[in-house]
Design a protein around this ligand. Structure first.
Ligand code: PMP
Length: 378
């Protein structure tokens, strides 16, 4: 089987699994327990956070909150910050490019009374910086933006967005860095909060992190025992938290080499596709190297995914979260891509486990699928 759906999820690294098992077996204690075993667990939790800080060379600029994944991290940050700022800055800025774990939260906040503004998107799928500048004011309490898009792979100009937002001290800048970790260097400078999910970089499902510069800017969305500075109540899942540190360390320390490997594989696929005149590359040329979105005008994306699946190649239409919805993908629409091309678009996503031989096999399988659908192509 050729697995090319790494933007949906990745295979866990063996040492992440080993760590998870080992901590479960020998350090299953509750870090909040007052006895020796609890204290030992608490020390391990502190060490895990210190290791993350060391990995990114922070001193104490950020607090680290372990969560169950980016959906939870995004919810804690977005709902928590918006509500904290409601009285004096009730505008929220985002874009239609965001993942549902941001878009749906913002939509719900809109229903709660916040004023939501959507920043324009350029045809390369990037935030229109001039438009963002024009939307900014002292009424803006929250700006939220993804680092790398999960459908097309475009990288957002986070440093430039920071420059614009920083001129407005009331505005909190949240970054959804889920698809960036291990693929492109993360930008923390000037960012107020950032979320990630372990299973996107060879960690486990159900483990995530939220980085927060000033935790007092967040009202907790869940009430309970007060763990994780009161922002994520519930018994600490030490095996999950320790093992995400393993995955994160590996991903961050190997970003450069993985980026190079993925770029090479991405270029190999693109070069191969150039031989097919009616196949269109939807992803911008400077996209993150693990995501390659392509269009087969005239064919339905679901038909293509099924055809590839029959040939043992696993890939997606848009994203795993929205690929079961019938509507045209908003990210591609926002980039001005014609409907016929959107309907026939598929996402090929590479990962640390993608091999050269996977790419070669993919080319053969692509040929076979192309032959099956060529009559439909427009
Ligand atoms: N943001 C982005 C950009 C994503 O790709 C995803 C996962 N598809 C998420 C957030 C949510 O992550 P999770 O499902 O692990 O909570």
């Amino acid at each position: 089987m050729i697995y090319l759906d790494n933007a949906a999820t990745t295979k866990p690294n063996q040492d992440v699994l080993d760590t998870f098992l080992k901590v479960n077996q020998s350090l299953y204690f509750n870090p909040n327990s007052p006895h020796q075993a609890g204290i030992q667990a608490e020390q391990l939790l502190k060490q895990a956070k210190a290791q993350i800080k060391a990995l990114f060379n922070f001193d104490n600029e950020f607090d680290i909150i372990f969560t169950s994944g980016a959906t939870e991290s995004n919810n804690i940050a977005l709902q928590g910050v918006a509500r904290k700022k409601k009285m004096f800055a009730n505008e929220i800025i985002t874009s239609v490019l965001e993942h549902p774990s941001v878009l749906e939260v913002v939509r719900a906040l809109g229903e709660e009374g916040f004023e939501v503004k959507y920043v324009d998107v350029t045809k390369e799928g990037k935030i229109d910086l001039n438009h963002l500048q024009s939307l900014m004011s002292d009424k803006v309490g929250l700006v939220t933006c993804m680092h790398v898009n999960n459908i097309m792979g475009q990288i957002q100009p986070i440093a430039e967005i920071v420059d614009i937002v920083r001129a407005y001290p009331k505005a909190h800048l949240h970054v959804d860095a889920v698809q960036a970790v291990g693929k492109v260097p993360l930008i923390f400078e000037g960012v107020d909060s950032l979320s990630l999910s372990g299973h996107k970089f060879n960690g486990l499902k159900g483990q995530g992190v939220l980085f927060v510069r000033n935790r007092h800017e967040i009202i907790p969305i869940m009430q309970g025992g007060g763990q994780e500075y009161g922002l994520r109540s519930g018994t600490v899942n030490l095996p999950i938290d320790i093992s995400i540190v393993k995955a994160l360390k590996f991903a961050v320390q190997h970003t450069q080499s993985l980026n190079k490997q993925l770029k090479k594989q991405n270029t190999q696929i693109k070069t191969y596709l150039e031989g097919f005149s009616n196949i269109i590359i939807n992803s911008p040329s400077d996209a993150a190297p693990h995501i390659l979105n392509i269009g087969f005008p005239g064919v339905k994306g679901e038909v293509l995914v099924n055809a590839f699946s029959k040939h043992d190649v696993m890939l997606s239409t848009t994203s795993a979260c929205s690929s079961k919805k019938a509507s045209l993908n908003e990210v591609l629409l926002a980039m001005g891509i014609p409907s016929i091309q959107i309907e026939g678009s598929i996402r090929i996503s590479l990962g640390a486990n993608t091999t050269e031989s996977d790419i070669e096999t993919f080319k053969d399988k692509f040929n076979a699928v192309y032959d099956e659908v060529r009559e439909l192509l427009k």
